[in-house]
Write a protein that binds this ligand. Structure first.
Ligand SMILES: C[S@@+](CC[C@H](N)C(=O)[O-])C[C@H]1O[C@@H](n2cnc3c(N)ncnc32)[C@H](O)[C@@H]1O
Length: 221
């Protein structure tokens, strides 16, 4: 994976941040060896600190993989977490990891496509982490909005897609659609008066969106 902040900065951050230990560390190693795209360490730390500060009660995650980011969030706050994964092998590994960490009561795992599964869930999540397929992020964001509690926060990962979203050069055919979608998505997040969005060049790029309560939106229109 290319580093959008430059290799030297990324290496420095990884050397400097306190490393994860125990099962989380083993999961990092496993993911590295098996090319499983779990959240990058510096982005994971940001996510942990963010939920520790916001203290959400109910978190929804789209894209569990092996359960690494769900466990990071569970360790950092007291929320009940619901997380959705469509790949069966990943889903089974996530169950194992979450059980091994004694987090079965805190993390509910759903197996299936995020769009279908989330549509069937009741709303009221105060923090939603979107980390499934990048090309689907705009659709997942629209769905997240329906399930978000008033004033909640949505974090979307991988929005800068290895730096390609910001690049001005020619984009290969293979990635063109996804990059165009992500550019339009970020444009929408930044222009829509219902949200306040910050985009951080951390990990693979993270968008943090605070959805205003309707009274706040009226004030700024
Ligand atoms: C980037 S990984 C998630 C990493 C995880 N959040 C972490 O940091 O530990 C993306 C995961 O989303 C899953 N996925 C992709 N599209 C999905 C969809 N539409 N519904 C559910 N899961 C999906 C993939 O199978 C993959 O395991």
């Amino acid at each position: 994976m290319e580093h959008i902040t430059g290799q030297a900065v990324t290496d420095y951050l990884r050397r400097t941040l306190r490393p994860e230990t125990g099962r989380l560390h083993e999961m990092e190693e496993y993911a590295r060896e098996n090319y499983i795209p779990i959240i990058q360490r510096e982005a994971g730390r940001f996510l942990s600190v963010l939920v520790a500060m916001l203290k959400p009660k109910r978190i929804l995650e789209m894209g569990t993989a092996i359960g690494y980011s769900a466990l990071l969030m569970a360790n950092a706050c007291e929320a009940q977490i619901t997380t959705v994964e469509r790949d069966e092998e990943m889903f089974c590994q996530a169950i194992e990891n979450i059980s091994a960490c004694g987090m079965k009561d805190r993390i509910r795992l759903l197996h299936g496509d995020a769009e279908t599964e989330v549509r069937n869930l009741p709303g009221g999540f105060d923090f939603i982490f979107i980390d499934a397929a990048k090309g689907q992020s705009p659709v997942h964001f629209a769905l997240a909005l329906e399930k978000l509690a008033p004033g909640g926060v949505i974090v979307t990962d991988n929005v800068l897609y290895r730096g390609t979203v910001a690049g001005e050069g020619e984009v290969g055919h293979k990635h063109r659609t996804i990059i165009t979608r992500l550019r339009e998505f970020l444009d929408m997040l930044c222009k829509d008066e219902r949200f306040d969005t910050a985009i951080l060049p951390i990990g693979d790029g993270m968008a943090i969106t605070k959805v205003k309560e309707s009274k706040e939106t009226e004030k700024c229109l």
